[in-house]
Ligand binder design. Structure first.
Ligand SMILES: Nc1ncnc2c1ncn2[C@@H]1O[C@H](COP(=O)(O)OP(=O)(O)O)[C@@H](O)[C@H]1O
Ligand SMILES: [Mg+2]
Length: 423
């Protein structure tokens, strides 16, 4: 698929931007801070409904405005569709398809397929497990939009379960016995059991989907990493679940579960302990893990096992990438993960006819000339690639395509098409 038109209203720095795009390669060129990333961020949002830069909506709305509107027209084979996302901070965002009636934003998922790589993606390798969980879940909801509902169910149950654990903990510490208005031990236990089964059911569906996705990503990650580098090291990703074994007692975490069973524990198995299990079997394991963790959970007032605390362990050779990989290797690994996402979507598109749109934000400046050329060769085959760069010199000559000069507040119409024909 490709995007043929983007229109932004009060999105980031743009009061109004209307931009026409074409298949093949397009390079958005303009100095730092001019608004290039703002454009590709908007496109990414139509695909994943979240920004790759911020977790709240407020910064997405032009300063002083109340809401932002992102609109884009996509072409998929002979089919055209117009997607619209209205972003209103503090309220749920809304969508529209083909100027129809207003729908939940979530119902836009699965239509626009973009894969965006940006400098922020270094966090996939260097950052907390939450960045890698997000990577998996965002890709999953583009591939299988119904999982957004599963994810929402899981989060809701998790929140309620945590609230119960927290109040049980508070009751214990306040030393007021049962009958003083706090949940008694027996009530807590039986209520927990109800939440446990809900949590395990939604969680197992999410886990099964993540595991399958990691299996699909594996070969592509290895191939993409080899293509980007000299091929001397193997890049792997192994799903590590808190559900597959006991939670180490010494584990540290932030309040929403920053750290999972981590790469610091032992050189571990090449596959997840849950690999090959079906949803029911995973749910059983999940319940068993909850039972095992219960004393610790009551002590901490927090759900300690489940997909919200899992990690995707990234390995370069036998060493964890985090902490061990060089700067260049970290870049290549992060890029390899995004390219692997692209190829997983591409595998699907053979039937569905929607080849994903590849977006590379500010990537080439960071790569040496060899890696630039390698990346250019990989992306040249895509149906549509949108690249941003501060200066023309950052763009490898092999890339060709169309140049669009981004200037404050918009694009320079006069400069369009300059700098190379469609190759
Ligand atoms: N909500 C907003 N309202 C107004 N301007 C914004 C908003 N968010 C970001 N900007 C402006 O957008 C610019 C950054 O744009 P960006 O697309 O990141 O630049 P680049 O071309 O370097 O990728 C900055 O000047 C920033 O002040
Ligand atoms: Mg930028």
């Amino acid at each position: 698929m490709y995007v043929e038109r983007v229109s932004l209203t009060d999105f980031r720095s743009y009061a109004q931007l209307d931009l026409e795009l074409s298949p093949g390669t397009t390079v958005l060129v303009g100095y730092n801070g001019v608004g290039k990333t703002n454009i590709v961020e908007a496109l990414g949002m139509l695909s994943t409904l979240s920004s790759h830069r911020v977790s709240s909506d407020a910064p997405l709305v032009r300063f002083g405005a109340e809401r932002a509107l992102v609109r884009a027209g996509f072409v998929r084979g002979s089919q055209r569709s117009m997607l619209e996302l209205e972003i209103t901070p503090g309220r749920s965002n809304r969508g529209r398809i083909n100027r129809g009636s207003t729908i939940r934003a979530r119902d836009l998922l699965g239509i626009a397929r973009t894969v965006l790589f940006a400098p922020e993606d270094l966090a996939l390798v260097k950052g907390d497990p939450s960045a890698r969980r997000r990577f998996l879940d965002e890709l999953l909801t583009v591939l299988l939009p119904h999982l957004a509902g599963t994810r929402a169910d899981y989060d809701r149950v998790l929140k309620q379960r945590n609230a119960l654990l927290k109040s049980a903990r508070a009751a214990r510490f306040s030393r007021r016995g049962p009958g003083a208005g706090d949940p008694s031990g027996a009530t807590v236990e039986s209520t927990l059991e109800v939440w446990d089964s809900h949590l395990a059911r939604a969680g197992a569906r999410l886990l099964a989907a993540r595991l399958e996705l990691v299996d699909r990503l594996g070969p592509h990650l290895d191939a993409a990493y080899a293509q980007l580098t000299d091929g001397s090291k193997v890049a792997r990703a192994v799903y590590r679940s808190t559900v597959e074994g006991a939670v180490p007692d010494a584990e540290e975490e932030t309040d929403d579960g920053g750290d999972a069973p981590s790469s610091a524990t032992a050189p571990a198995a090449a596959r997840s302990g849950l690999a090959g299990l079906d949803v029911d079997a995973i749910a059983e394991r999940f319940l068993a893990a909850l039972v095992q963790a219960r004393p610790r959970e009551l002590e901490r007032g927090l759900t300690l096992v489940g997909p919200h605390r899992d990690d995707l362990e990234l390995l370069l050779g036998d060493a964890p990438a985090k902490g061990f990989a060089s700067h260049g290797e970290t870049w290549s690994f992060a890029l390899g993960l995004r390219l692997a996402s692209y190829y997983v979507m591409l595998d699907d598109s053979a039937v569905a006819g929607d080849e994903p749109i590849l977006i590379l934000d500010d990537v080439f400046a960071e790569l040496d000339s060899t890696r630039r050329a390698r990346l250019a060769a990989i992306v040249a085959k895509a149906e549509q690639v949108i690249v941003t760069a501060a200066v023309d010199g950052d763009i490898p000559p092999e890339l060709g395509g169309r140049r669009i000069r981004v200037v404050p507040g918009g694009v320079d119409e006069g400069a369009r098409g300059a700098g190379g024909g469609d190759g």
